[in-house]
Design a protein around this ligand. Structure first.
Ligand code: NAD
Length: 448
C-alpha cells in the first residue's frame, strides 16, 4: 500500500496534505509513504522530518509511480497525475462545483477522485471534516488580521491618562468560522455582536458572551443539514435594513456567510462601508466564494475613500500553514484509516460505506457522484477564481496578499496599501452528505 504526497502547485497554497506525524501514523498501519521533495516546506515540515517518520522523498513522478493513494490539499491538474495508475485514490479538497470540466479531465485519467469537503457531517466523520478544521483557523486568523490593521486597542484600557473604550466587533455568519471569530475577539477584549439567519446560532453566539442581532422579520432561515438556505427578497431587505443600522457603529466587521452550492450572499453594500468611521476594518472570509462585501477584492487590501480597510483573503487557513496542515493531515489520516484492513495492512475499500459513497467523485474513468454532472464538452478548460469576476467597484488602493509567509516575514507592511498608516496583519487565508457540501476554494493558477 503506497501513499504519495504531492507538493501543492496552486499559487499561494502553503499547506501540505500529510505531516511527519500522520506519515508515522499510517506507516504503523503498513503504508509505504513517498513524499515529493519540499512538499511540506511552506508549512515548516522539512524533508528530513518526513524521512525520519519513514517516508521516502523524490520527484512527483517518482513518488506517484505505483501509488495506491495520492494525498493533496487542492484539486490537482490531470497533467500532474500522469504517473498515477488507473484506479488509484486521489484524496483532497476537490472544489468540484463550477469546475466540472476539470473533474471530467481527472476522471479520464482513470483515478478515483475523493472530495473531502463532501464528507457527511455525522458524528463518525467529525474527525475527517476538513471544512470545520480549516474554517475554525480562518475565523481565528480573521480577528488577528483585523487587529493587525486596526489602529486602536481591542480591549478596554484603563490607564492613568484615561480610559480607551473596547473595540466593537460585528461577526456576520455564526457557523464554524464565525463562532471562532467571536471567541477570539472576546478573548482580545472586544465588545462583540453577531448575526446569522439560523435562529439556532443565537444560543451559540450568546454562550460565547456576544450579543445576537437578528431582525424580527427573519424568524429562521435554516436549510438542511444545519446549513442556511438562501433568503427571499423580502428577508434580504429586512436583513439589509438591520445591518445598515448596526454596521455604522462598528469598528471591525468579519463576514463569514455562506450558502451551500451558491455564491456567497452579499450582505455589506458600498453604502454601508461608507457609513463606517475612518480606521474601521472589514475582513471578508467569503471572498473565495464571491464575497459578502460589495467592495471586496480577492487577496487584496482595499482602503476606501473614507478610510475603511477591507481584507478579502481567499485562503485564510493557508496563512496558518503549519496548524492548518496539521489538522488537515489528521482529517485525511482519519479517513484513510477507515480504508485500511489493519490485519492485512492493505487497502480494503468498502464502496458501500456512506463516507466513501458521499465523497467519491470519479471512478473507472467516469464521474460517478450524483451531484456532479459531466460537462457537455469533455475537454477541461482553464479555470479561474469565481471571485475574480467581481467588479472593481472601488477606486481604492489595493495590494496583493497572496504571497506565502516566510520565516523572515514581517508585519505585512510590504503588503499594505500606500495610503495605509499602519502595518497590515502580521502574515500576508447531522448528515447532510454531498448535497450540502460546497466548495470553498477558488481554482487558481498552478505552478510547475
Ligand atoms: P457555512 O460555512 O455554510 O456558513 C457560515 C454561516 O453563514 C452559517 O452559520 C450560515 O447560517 C450563515 N449564513 C448564511 N447566509 C447568511 C446570511 N445571509 N446572513 C448571515 N449569516 C448567513 O456553515 P458552517 O460554518 O459550515 O456551519 C453550519 C452549521 O453546521 C453550524 O451550525 C455548525 O455548528 C454545524 N456543523 C456541524 C457539524 C457536525 O455535525 N459534524 C460540523 C461542522 C459544523
Amino acid at each position: 500500500m503506497k501513499i504519495a504526497v504531492l507538493r501543492e502547485r496552486v499559487e499561494g497554497e502553503t499547506r501540505v496534505a500529510a505531516t511527519p506525524e500522520t506519515v508515522a501514523r499510517l506507516v504503523a498501519l503498513g503504508a509505504e509513504f513517498a513524499v515529493e521533495t519540499d512538499a511540506g516546506a511552506k508549512a515548516r515540515f522539512p524533508d528530513a522530518d518526513y524521512a525520519a517518520a519513514g517516508a521516502t522523498l523524490g520527484t512527483a513522478a517518482a513518488v506517484t509511480k505505483g501509488a495506491n493513494v495520492v494525498l493533496t490539499v487542492r484539486r490537482p491538474q490531470a497533467a500532474s497525475l500522469k504517473s498515477v495508475a488507473a484506479g488509484a485514490l486521489v484524496i483532497g479538497g476537490m472544489d468540484p462545483f463550477g469546475h466540472e470540466a476539470d473533474i471530467a479531465a481527472l476522471a479520464d485519467t482513470g483515478v478515483t477522485l475523493v472530495a473531502m469537503e463532501f464528507m457527511p457531517r455525522i458524528t463518525r466523520a467529525q474527525v475527517m471534516d476538513i471544512l470545520s478544521s480549516q474554517a475554525n483557523l480562518a475565523g481565528y486568523q480573521a480577528v488577528i488580521d483585523a487587529a493587525g490593521v486596526f489602529e486602536r486597542a481591542m480591549p478596554m484600557m484603563m490607564t492613568a491618562a484615561g480610559t480607551v473604550r473596547p473595540a466593537k466587533v460585528f461577526v456576520m455568519g455564526a457557523g464554524v468560522a464565525g463562532l471562532q471569530a467571536i471567541a477570539t475577539a472576546r478573548r482580545l477584549g472586544a465588545m462583540v455582536t453577531a448575526t446569522d439567519v439560523r435562529a439556532a446560532a443565537g444560543e451559540q453566539v450568546e454562550s460565547l458572551g456576544a450579543k445576537f442581532v437578528m431582525t424580527e422579520a427573519l424568524k429562521d432561515a435554516s436549510g438542511s443539514g444545519g446549513y442556511a438556505r438562501e433568503l427571499t427578497d423580502a428577508e434580504k431587505a429586512a436583513q439589509s435594513e438591520l445591518v445598515a443600522g448596526h454596521i455604522s457603529k462598528q469598528d471591525i466587521v468579519i463576514t463569514t456567510a455562506l450558502i451551500p452550492g451558491r455564491p456567497a450572499p452579499q450582505l455589506v453594500t458600498a453604502a454601508m462601508v461608507a457609513s463606517m468611521a475612518p480606521g474601521s476594518v472589514v475582513v471578508d472570509l467569503a471572498a473565495e466564494r464571491g464575497g459578502n462585501v460589495a467592495l471586496t477584492k480577492p487577496d487584496e487590501v482595499v482602503v476606501t475613500d473614507n478610510g475603511v480597510t477591507i481584507l478579502g483573503p481567499t485562503n485564510m487557513a493557508g496563512r496558518l500553514a503549519t496548524s492548518a496542515s496539521q489538522l488537515y493531515a489528521r482529517n485525511l489520516a482519519a479517513f484513510l484509516e477507515t480504508l485500511i484492513d489493519k490485519s492485512e495492512k492493505t487497502l480494503a475499500i468498502d464502496w458501500e460505506d456512506e463516507l466513501v459513497k458521499a465523497t467519491v467523485l470519479t471512478r473507472d474513468g467516469a464521474i460517478v457522484h450524483p451531484n456532479i454532472k459531466a460537462p457537455k464538452a469533455a475537454a477541461a478548460k482553464p479555470t479561474k477564481p469565481a471571485a475574480a469576476a467581481k467588479s472593481a467597484a472601488s477606486k481604492s488602493a489595493t495590494t496583493s496578499l497572496t504571497a506565502p509567509k516566510t520565516a523572515a516575514a514581517k508585519p505585512a507592511a510590504a503588503k499594505k496599501p500606500a495610503t495605509a498608516k499602519k502595518p497590515a496583519a502580521r502574515k500576508a487565508g447531522a448528515a447532510k452528505p454531498a448535497a450540502a457540501s460546497r466548495a470553498r476554494k477558488p481554482a487558481t493558477k498552478e505552478s510547475k
